[in-house]
Write a protein that binds this ligand. Structure first.
Ligand code: KIV
Ligand code: NA
Length: 266
């Protein structure tokens, strides 16, 4: 498999080839996901929830993002790696936005960064794009806007809200983003945005008409809670498999059946 670059995604949209994206946060999982042939890997700030156990993504720091991006890059993936810019790393001023984007590339090793927001994030997207770091936008249900949204709710319902989201999508493209995540929006609106934009749209809870799809790896593997959001498809149920393996180990240790002769040095 050839190494993916920012150029591949524009071509995939033009050719109608769907873009498959998954999140990854560490070395071994990245090897597995990349070996399976994923196009793009997102080191998402969702790591704050699925890896670090926070209630939401707001506490995630630049240090967290750099640490995990480095671990992902050590797997030398052929996939194009995008690192999320965490809350407060790009909202306060453009100098911070530039510096923090630069650190995710320079120290983390990512090829691109992702920023949440539409019209309100356009200046940051343009500032970072200007220093030749590709930026992926992210509009609709933006988890860092949790307190404004009053929860993780579908966005862009109704004509006025839909028009506002279209404006966000246009602003992100105009600011120079190479792709945009559409999260938690009605499928009809996602189709309209996908048709209107020249850059690829990557959907999550945004229906089948997007140019690509992204999901959180812990969600598709059944590693987290028993219940998944409507937009998640679980491709495996690993939680009970891991729990059973651990229970068997504990029973072996307690019962004295591990270690066996073959596990011992003579
Ligand atoms: O943090 C994340 O994993 C994300 C994707 C789910 C889009 O932003
Ligand atoms: Na994110």
């Amino acid at each position: 498999q050839k190494k993916k670059t920012v150029l591949d995604f524009q071509k995939m949209k033009a050719d109608g080839e769907k873009i498959a994206v998954l999140t990854s946060y560490d070395f071994p999982m990245t090897g597995l996901i990349d070996g399976a042939g994923i196009d793009m890997i997102l080191v998402g700030d969702s790591l704050g929830v699925v890896v670090a156990g926070h209630d939401n993504t707001l506490p995630v720091t630049m240090e967290d993002m750099i640490y995990h991006t480095k671990a992902v890059m050590r797997a030398r993936p052929n996939a194009f790696v995008v690192a999320d810019m965490p809350f407060l790393s790009y909202q306060t001023d453009l100098t911070s936005a530039r510096l923090n984007a630069g650190l995710l590339v320079k120290d983390g090793g990512a090829a691109a960064v992702k920023i949440e927001g539409g019209v309100n994030a356009a200046a940051a997207i343009a500032a970072i794009t200007e220093m030749d770091i590709p930026v992926m936008g992210h509009i609709g249900l933006t988890p860092q806007s949790l307190h404004r949204m009053g929860g993780y709710k579908v966005q862009g319902k109704g004509d006025a809200q839909a028009e506002k989201l279209l404006e966000d999508a246009r602003a992100v493209e105009r600011a120079g983003a190479f792709a945009v995540v559409l999260e938690g929006i009605p499928m009809g609106l996602a189709a309209r945005i996908t048709e209107e934009l020249t850059i690829p749209t990557i959907g999550i809870g945004a229906g089948p008409h997007c140019d690509g799809q992204v999901l959180v790896i812990h969600d598709i593997l059944g590693l987290c809670s028993k219940y998944s959001p409507k937009f998640v498809k679980r491709y495996a149920e690993l939680a009970p498999i891991i729990a059973e393996a651990c229970a068997n180990y504990i029973a072996d240790v307690k019962g004295g059946t591990f270690p066996e002769e073959r596990h011992c040095f003579k």
